[in-house]
Design a protein around this ligand. Structure first.
Ligand code: ADP
Length: 161
């Protein structure tokens, strides 16, 4: 069984994330989407909210599972029986950030390796922080996030005010 883990904050999940999930699901028997619990000090959505959103968005995708995790990614991947970590690359900035992690993982966790997907050019500009910045000021994020997520983001910002 070829098992991959796709970790991230997904705060909120974007169309860019969903594109990577779809593409990675095509090459792994099982893809575990790992929702990082402690990524930001004050996330917009709790880890269990983010997990539930991803579960609902991936329920029709065979072989895709969602789990929340904390601590070292390599430990989480090992718990899941995964030999591969999936990451998306939007730019040289992502590349520079990812390089030491990708090189360090096999040293700390022998048998684990990282697989990168180049962002689709339609989504490469999208980040969760851009989505939050736009939504916070009432801008239109519907082209950047999957169906149903924009409303949740707007609601959350309303609750905060
Ligand atoms: P993290 O805090 O781990 O960077 P993110 O939720 O921001 O969590 O991103 C998770 C992964 O998805 C990272 O590998 C990131 O590069 C990738 N990613 C984020 N946005 C996009 C996008 N628009 N297109 C492709 N990959 C993306």
């Amino acid at each position: 069984m070829r098992i991959g883990v796709y970790p991230g904050s997904f705060d909120p999940v974007t169309k860019g994330h969903m594109d990577i999930i779809r593409r990675a699901a095509g090459i792994f028997d099982v893809l575990v989407v790992g929702v990082l619990c402690n990524s930001a000090k004050q996330p917009l959505f709790t880890a269990s909210e983010r997990k539930a959103q991803l579960e609902s968005l991936t329920e029709e995708m065979p072989g895709v599972r969602v789990a929340a995790f904390d601590g070292l990614l390599g430990d989480f991947a090992r718990e899941q029986g995964a030999s591969y970590i999936v990451r998306g690359l939007r730019s040289g900035t992502d590349f520079d950030y990812e390089m030491p992690f990708a090189q360090g993982i096999p040293k700390l966790f022998p048998g684990q390796d990282t697989v990168f997907f180049m962002a689709d050019s339609a989504y490469a500009y999208i980040s969760s922080s851009l989505v939050k910045e736009i939504a916070m000021h009432g801008g239109d994020i519907t082209s950047m996030v999957p169906q149903g997520i924009a409303e949740k983001v707007y609601e959350r910002f309303q609750d905060k005010n």
